[in-house]
Design a protein around this ligand. Sequence first.
Ligand code: DQA
Length: 149
Amino acid sequence: MTDASSTIYVLNGPNLNLLGLREPEIYGSTTLDEIAGMLEDCAQELGFAIDMRQTNHEGMLVDWLHEAQAEHARAVLLNAAAYTHTSIALLDAIKAITTPVVEVHISDPKTRENFRHISYVGMAAAKTVEGHGADSYRLAIEAVAAGEV
Ligand code: DQA
């Protein structure tokens, strides 16, 4: 049995609904549903529940960050995708809540185009896990379980 404080929100931004099909040479062939299944198993073993969501809309991510705080989530894993590099609204939302946020990326944006080198999410996130493919999400959950955030 898990309560709200052992729930980890896993929030995914634009185009991540197309994982598996989308630029597989960069993002791999694992779908978001497959990642969700893997994370559910991993979280359960570590005594957590996950609430995994995806949206293509920036404001929805802001609303879900506020909700994570209101619902006393243990942490948020946030792959804001391209909004990572553009969204002051997400930076402000992360700063507005006390729920720890772990920035997650499948690829390593720092080794890609220059416009991906800035991360507004990373300016406020408690930790960043990037460049490990779909495993980045699992490593982020393990960091939460280890009390790193
Ligand atoms: C991404 C990296 C971002 O730069 C990109 O816009 C994405 C996915 C990743 O998980 O590697 O959509 O967040």
